[in-house]
Design a protein around this ligand. Structure first.
Ligand code: SAH
Ligand code: SF4
Ligand code: F3S
Length: 500
């Protein structure tokens, strides 16, 4: 019997990768994916718990489906990922129509769980609800077992060129041991586990063989990667980078996220400097500029140490592109302390910063230890002020790019072009400007506007053939806006494709 699956993903790149692996496993069992929830036999939400807002989106999705089982009793509804792990069976109590919960550390068993549920068929919901979680309890004895099972999930990925796009994620580390006081990740993803280097290298090499042009290595504190082979040999993060770069010599772009500002060895910076196909880009969240707040957050470094690290990275690679995260409105944050975040952004000249308002997370140390005493309107105000400072820095950075030639990974048609093709203007100045320009140039032959990213992760928009999506091209930067660079395809160079 043909069964259809709807899978929606929230949260970080780890979840995107997990969804891809889950999809591969379910396709192998005969499932076809659909974009229409109403058509699906199995509906899965791969969820994120990092901020309350992320969870609310899933609550509303689940709320909408309260009565769906009345007309479709065989429907299976599942919550997988970090919310399943954090909230556990409370989800069943709140949403009795949910059939399945599966934490991120148990996804290797998901396909089997779904198979079992679909054979149980039309029983009462309460009789067929199943749940598998356990990252938390696994903090001790069964770590090795969890490691092996999850390794099988990563190893199950498809290397067929038809299943792979131009960009792919490869996990090198699972979990996190840092326990920043505000963060749920160590509780949802469990302890830090490093994958064997030979498996990682083989995975990257085979993806490159399949035509993938850009691999992003994933880990919550990726620079802490360190694999103990058990025979006296250790593979460090720097060594891993050198080894992947050498083994996958046909991969044009290798990048990694997310870096932790402490314990970033020189060897890894040297690898970035020495290996031409490793992108000179670091996403290295500062979180705050005040030592007192950094301490309350349990980040383990001072603002000065953070700035020193940035200085060290720039000394190795003056052209490095840097991105950061900040949390505003952490408990007890004063206005003066908040101002220090602006200084960090100005000094580090980040390419961009993700700025978040502190969100109370059940189960974390911060929620039990500190009162959430910064009022919502102050959080909002600080969030906007920091965005403004970052926008000024972006503007300056982007101006400096005008006149340069950059390599761009074409990721898709920009929103602008699709709106134009659909023939609707919506009053937005930028879009109307582009529409007018295109129409006056050549009314009968619509050109498409493409968007992509530089090696430093900057967004570039330019006119081009949609067939270029998924390729690397050279673009001359002609103009800049705060968040976007605009350019034109370089005339004298053919697009770079796999194997060339
Ligand atoms: N491992 C990465 C971050 C993972 S979570 C690191 O340590 O750098 C992604 C981002 O979400 C964090 O960098 C932080 O800025 C933000 N975040 C995490 N918990 C949060 C909370 N409770 N409230 C607001 N933002 C939070
Ligand atoms: Fe969360 Fe801190 Fe771990 Fe990042 S390092 S995932 S912020 S606990
Ligand atoms: Fe969210 Fe889990 Fe990632 S909480 S940020 S999906 S690790």
């Amino acid at each position: 019997m043909r069964r259809t699956l709807y899978l929606e993903t929230f949260g970080c790149q780890m979840n995107e990768l997990d969804s891809e692996l889950v999809l591969t496993q379910l396709r192998a069992r005969g499932y076809e994916s659909t974009d229409d929830r109403q058509q699906a036999d199995v509906i899965l939400y791969n969820t994120c718990s990092v901020r309350e807002h992320a969870e609310q989106k899933v609550w509303s999705r689940l709320g909408e489906m309260r009565n769906w089982k009345q007309t479709k009793p065989h429907l299976v509804i599942g919550v997988i990922g970090c919310m399943a792990e954090r909230d556990g069976t409370n989800i069943f109590q709140r949403f009795p129509h949910v059939d399945l919960l599966c934490g991120p550390g148990e996804l290797d068993k998901l396909a089997m769980m779904i198979d079992n549920l679909t054979t149980v068929g039309n029983q009462l919901h309460s009789e067929r609800q199943v749940a598998l979680m356990g990252s938390r309890s696994r903090r001790s004895s069964t770590l090795a077992a969890a490691h092996d099972n999850l390794e099988l999930l990563d190893l199950s990925r498809s290397f067929s060129p038809t299943d792979n796009a131009a960009q792919a994620y490869v996990r090198i580390t699972r979990g996190c041991n840092k326990f920043c006081t505000y963060c749920v990740v160590p509780y949802t993803r469990g302890p830090e586990v490093h994958r064997p280097p030979e498996n990682i290298i083989e995975e990257v090499r085979r993806l490159a063989d399949a035509g993938v042009l850009e691999v992003t290595l994933l880990g919550q504190t990726i620079n802490h990667y360190r694999y103990d082979h058990g025979d006296g040999r250790i593979t460090t993060f720097g060594q891993l980078l050198y080894q992947i770069h050498e083994a996958a010599s046909h991969l044009p772009r290798l990048r990694f996220v997310t870096s932790f500002p402490r314990d970033f060895e020189d060897e890894a910076l040297q690898a970035m400097r020495d290996c031409p196909r490793i992108c000179r880009y670091l996403h290295v969240p500062a979180q705050h500029g005040s030592d007192r707040i950094l301490k309350l957050m349990n980040r383990g470094y001072t603002a000065e140490q953070y700035l020193q690290f940035i200085g060290r990275a720039r000394a190795y690679m003056p052209d490095i592109s840097l991105a950061s995260d900040f949390i505003v409105g952490f408990p007890t944050e004063t206005d003066q302390e908040f101002q220090t975040c602006k200084e960090v952004i100005r000094q580090c000249r980040f390419k961009n910063s993700f700025i978040f308002k502190y969100s109370l997370r059940p189960g974390t140390t911060a929620i039990t230890r500190f009162e959430d005493d910064v009022p919502p309107e102050v959080k909002k105000q600080r969030n906007n002020e920091l965005l403004d400072v970052q926008a000024q820095v972006c503007d300056q950075n982007n101006r400096e790019m005008v006149g340069r030639q950059v390599e761009v990974m074409v990721e898709g048609q920009s929103k602008l072009a699709s709106r134009w093709v659909a023939g609707s203007g919506n009053g937005n100045q930028v879009e109307l400007g582009w529409e007018k320009r295109q129409k006056s140039q050549d009314a009968d032959q619509p050109k498409f506007q493409l968007s992509g990213r530089t090696r430093g992760d900057q967004i570039v928009v330019f006119d081009g053939d949609p067939a270029l999506v998924g390729q690397l091209v050279e673009v001359d930067i002609t103009r800049s806006k705060t968040l976007t660079l605009f350019g034109r395809l370089t005339r004298d160079r053919r697009p770079v494709t796999a194997g060339v």
